[in-house]
Design a protein around this ligand. Structure first.
Ligand SMILES: NC(=O)c1ccc[n+]([C@@H]2O[C@H](COP(=O)([O-])OP(=O)(O)OC[C@H]3O[C@@H](n4cnc5c(N)ncnc54)[C@H](O)[C@@H]3O)[C@@H](O)[C@H]2O)c1
Ligand SMILES: [Zn+2]
Ligand SMILES: [Zn+2]
Length: 328
C-alpha cells in the first residue's frame, strides 16, 4: 500500500492539483464502506471524501488554482468527460465515474482519499473554498452539502414557501435544513428522537418538528437504514416527492397504492455535478451556511466511527488532519 500511496500523491498529469489536507469530514458512507455494508468494498480502503486543504503544487496546464489556494475535493476524482451526463455537467451520473476512494483510476491503480496528509486530483474535481468559510466547517459541504443542495434544486423544493420535510437529522439532514431555509422553504424536521426538537428549531432554524398528514411538497430522506415508506408518503400533498439520498444497504418495501393516490413520486439523488458543487459552495459562502461540526484528532477516528454508528454526533465529525496526523 505504501508504494501505491506514494504514487497517488505525486503530480502525474498536467491538469492535476496537489493539496495538503488540513481537514476531512466523516460521512456515513465512509462507515458503510469500511464495514462493507454495501458489499462493494475492496480493501485496503482509505476513506474520506469531504477533503479540504491548501494547494501545494499545480501541473503545467492547471488554470483554476495556484499554490496557497484554499480548496476542497468531494466524492469524485474522475469521469469519462464524453458521455451525455458529463456533457451536461452531471459527472456524478457518468457510468465511468471514479470515486475518491474504493475505486479504480483509469490506469488500474486504486484511489485513496482524505484521511491522509496529501492528495492529488484533476482540477475539474477541485473546488474553491470562499475566504469567509472556515476550512474545518466547510469540509462537510463537499459531500453532505452537495447531496442535499442538488435534489432541493432539481426537484423544485428551492422555492420560497415550499413545505419541505427533512428525515434524519444527521450530517446530511442538518445541512438540508440549512439550505432549505436559505431557499425560503418552510422546513419540518421528521425525527424519531424527540430530544432533537429544541436544537432543530432553535439552532438549525427548522420551523417545526413533526409534519401533519398531507402537508409536505417534498421530503429529503437522509436515513442510513431502511425505514417504512408508507407513513412518509402519507405526509405528502398530492404530487409530493420523497427524495432518497440516504443509502441503506437493505431494499425498501414499496406498496403502490399510496403512490397512485395523489400522483406521488419517489426518487433518488446522488451527490451533484462539479459545476453545481462549486455553485453550492459559493451559495454557502454568500449566505454564511456552515455545517455544525465536532473537530476531532486523527487518533479518535475509530471512536468517532462507533459514535456515528449510534447516531451520537452533532452533526458531523471533522478530522483535524493538518494538526494531528502523524505520518509514518
Ligand atoms: N445519495 C448520496 O449521494 C449520498 C451522499 C452522502 C451520504 N449518503 C448516505 O446518506 C446516509 C446518511 O449519511 P449521513 O452522513 O448524514 O449519516 P448520519 O449518520 O450523520 O445521519 C443519518 C441519520 O439517520 C438517522 N437514522 C438512522 N437510522 C434510523 C432509523 N432506523 N430511524 C430513524 N432515524 C434513523 C440517524 O439518527 C441520523 O440522524 C447514509 O446512508 C450515507 O451513505 C448518500
Ligand atoms: Zn459522503
Ligand atoms: Zn461520462
Amino acid at each position: 500500500m505504501g508504494k501505491r500511496r506514494k504514487k497517488s500523491t505525486q503530480i502525474t498529469e498536467d491538469k492535476d492539483v496537489r493539496l495538503k489536507i488540513l481537514y476531512c469530514g466523516i460521512c456515513h458512507s465512509d462507515l458503510h464502506s469500511v464495514k462493507n455494508e454495501w458489499e462493494n468494498s475492496t480493501y485496503p480502503i482509505l476513506p474520506g471524501h469531504e477533503v479540504v486543504g491548501v494547494v501545494t503544487e499545480v501541473g503545467s496546464k492547471v488554470q483554476k488554482y495556484k499554490v496557497g489556494d484554499r480548496v476542497g475535493v468531494g466524492c469524485m476524482v474522475g469521469a469519462c468527460h464524453t458521455c451525455e451526463n458529463c456533457e451536461n455537467n452531471l459527472e456524478n451520473y457518468c457510468p465511468k465515474y471514479i470515486l475518491t476512494y474504493n475505486s479504480l483510476n483509469y490506469d488500474g491503480t486504486k484511489t485513496y482519499a482524505g484521511y491522509s496528509d496529501h492528495m492529488v486530483a484533476n482540477e475539474r474535481y477541485v473546488f474553491r473554498i470562499p475566504d469567509n468559510l472556515p476550512l474545518d466547517a466547510a469540509a462537510p459541504l463537499l459531500c453532505a452539502g452537495i447531496t442535499t443542495y442538488s435534489p432541493l434544486k432539481y426537484f423544485g423544493l428551492d422555492k420560497p414557501g415550499m413545505k419541505v420535510g427533512v428525515l434524519g437529522l444527521g450530517g446530511l439532514g442538518h445541512v438540508a435544513v440549512k439550505f432549505a431555509k436559505a431557499f425560503g422553504a418552510i422546513v419540518t424536521v421528521i425525527s424519531t428522537s424527540p430530544h432533537k426538537k429544541k436544537e432543530a428549531v432553535e439552532q438549525l432554524g427548522a420551523d417545526s418538528f413533526l409534519a401533519a398528514m398531507g402537508t409536505l411538497d417534498g421530503i429529503i430522506d437522509t436515513v442510513s437504514t431502511a425505514l417504512a415508506l408508507v407513513p412518509l408518503l402519507s405526509l405528502l400533498k398530492s404530487h409530493g416527492k420523497i427524495i432518497m439520498v440516504g443509502a441503506p444497504e437493505k431494499p425498501l418495501e414499496l406498496p403502490v397504492f399510496p403512490l397512485i393516490m395523489g400522483r406521488k413520486i419517489i426518487a433518488g439523488s446522488g451527490i451533484g455535478g462539479m459545476k453545481e458543487t462549486q455553485e453550492m459552495i459559493d451559495f454557502a459562502g454568500k449566505h454564511n451556511i456552515t455545517p455544525e461540526i465536532e473537530v476531532i484528532p486523527m487518533d479518535y477516528v475509530n471512536t468517532a466511527m462507533e459514535r456515528l454508528a449510534k447516531g451520537d454526533v452533532k452533526y458531523r465529525f471533522v478530522l483535524d488532519v493538518g494538526n494531528t496526523l502523524k505520518a509514518a
